[in-house]
Design a protein around this ligand. Sequence first.
Ligand SMILES: NC(=O)c1ccc[n+]([C@@H]2O[C@H](COP(=O)([O-])OP(=O)(O)OC[C@H]3O[C@@H](n4cnc5c(N)ncnc54)[C@H](O)[C@@H]3O)[C@@H](O)[C@H]2O)c1
Length: 364
Amino acid sequence: MILPIDLKEKSYNIILERGAIRAVGAQVNRANRRVCVVTDDGVPAQYAQAVLSQLQGDPLLFTFAQGEQSKTFDTYLALQKTLLDAGFTRGDAVVAVGGGVVGDLAGFAAATYMRGIDFYNVPTTLLSQLDSSIGGKTAVDLGGYKNMIGAFWQPRAVFVDPDTLLTLPRRQAAAGLAEAVKMAVTSDAALFSIFEQQSVLPLRECDAEEPTVADIADEQTMDVLETVIARALAVKRDVVEQDEREAGLRRVLNFGHTLGHAVETCAGLSALSHGECVAIGMLPMCDGTVRARVRAVLQRLGLPTEIPAALEPLALKEAMTHDKKATGATIRVVLSEEIGSFSFADMSTEQLLARAYATLGEGN
Ligand SMILES: NC(=O)c1ccc[n+]([C@@H]2O[C@H](COP(=O)([O-])OP(=O)(O)OC[C@H]3O[C@@H](n4cnc5c(N)ncnc54)[C@H](O)[C@@H]3O)[C@@H](O)[C@H]2O)c1
């Protein structure tokens, strides 16, 4: 399917289907155009190769070390230097093949090389397919703070190929789905029903120590995943089209993120992933029966639903105070009293913490 994103002269299409990666060349190739494919060394090399094999001329491949620690100005500069040394000009293009780290970094490089060249994105993680590849936010981290230097730069096209998810560790895929649950709770009751009624990412027994999506998925799973990605993208599209630069409505996408970020900061990046922390952070933002339903969905996906016992409430409070959504004494948060709808509220960190700890142990 094709999902058009309407941003006036910055409009573009998301091509979502199994095998979409094979459609990149037809859209990117232009007469005399140079193209640089950017990936990291944790993305199975077959995906960048699949793209390179479709490109005309003399395409470049830029590969950096996987992980958030590479989303830096140094990697960005190395990429810019590669483009410069290869003589890239305004008509040339960058194609990201990888997760959100690759997309954010390659997108920022494209946004700024010669004041901006064409950018195409082939997201290969669930988080990047249903969330970070749409919306035009690009960035690198600075001084230990995330996304400090960046730009809004819309891609020319996004190619979402669910088959690239087959190599993804199941745990990481589930963490990506936390963002889809977030969009379902606040904005799409029908998507929430899919999570309640269908096996989106089954917790099947298998021999692999660290199962991948391929180890646990069948054809039906892949079809359900495609539907979930499509609906989550549609929710984000509707928000982004109305609020491209996060002036107001786009803040709904922060549902679960205030407490989630605080848990992420305190738990250390290695222990719980971003998506897992968002899962934990959503629950206290839901009212009673909504919370019970959300918890059941998260548990079916194998996502955590409790603040780790070792976390000090004081440390959480401190982390929340540094949240970028904090304005003076209060933080703007998103609440859900009914599946598929949301409201904004201003809360003090004390109120937020009280909410968080009041819901502890409810699911036992
Ligand atoms: N721009 C936005 O709007 C936006 C939104 C949300 C998150 N983000 C950013 O996204 C980043 C996180 O993205 P992520 O969760 O995709 O992490 P990631 O890009 O670090 O990818 C996670 C890991 O999976 C590997 N990988 C990628 N594709 C794979 C595949 N198909 N099979 C196996 N392994 C694969 C990568 O090498 C990496 O080691 C963060 O930097 C975050 O700030 C951006």
